[in-house]
Write a protein that binds this ligand. Sequence first.
Ligand code: F6R
Length: 240
Amino acid sequence: MDIRVYKNEQEIGEAAGKIYVDYINANPSCVLGFATGATPVPTYTYMAEQCKAGNVSFKDVKTFNLDEYCDLPKEHKNSFYMFMYDNLFSKVDLKPENIDFLNGNADPEAESERYRKSIEDKGGIDIQLLGIGRNGHIAFNEPADEFSGEAYKIKLTESTIEANSIYFDDIPMPRYAMTMGIGSIMKARKIIFIATGAAKAQAVRDMIKGEVTPKCPASILQTHPDVTVFLDEAAASLLD
Ligand code: F6R
């Protein structure tokens, strides 16, 4: 793993965003896997600014996302699709037909197969962006007895519900989500991983220094050949 520590999330946003901008300029029809949550927002902001300034175009880029809530309309303000729309999709020149998203309201098995095939048909994901949950989850792969494979429907843990329910002020937070599995994430050619804040420090330590175990799903990244880890000082505070 290539581990880089920065002063704050703004610096990470620029550094990680620049990797995307350079990659897209060199590979204009690349396939990108995105993540939601607070952590990648500065990275999306940087990409959007660069696109607005004419320094990069997303017109031939294809995108996938890690996960989506079940039992929530796609247009609800807290869907992950709307998060991506607000933070990136509406601010760059991505074509709507090049955006693919897990449908949390479809039959889980059929949707898993559709998504797997769609990723495969587009040549696989070139760069997958990841954050981490306080319990070591990546995408919504919660601590478990074994590593998952392709996309599937998962019951969210109390830790994740507690972390994300702050965004739900009108309806209760959904209890289930469709998520890309560990197997699908590990197929990405390159992974950009970002964690910020002291609340992630223990999970980051377990991921980098701990045993590779499904009890800390992010620990599987130790076995991926191309992972760049962006941390702020607080998230890196438990590393030697
Ligand atoms: C979201 C996702 C999650 C988040 C994680 C951290 O698509 O896959 O694994 O990356 O829950 O969320 P934040 O960034 O809000 O702390």
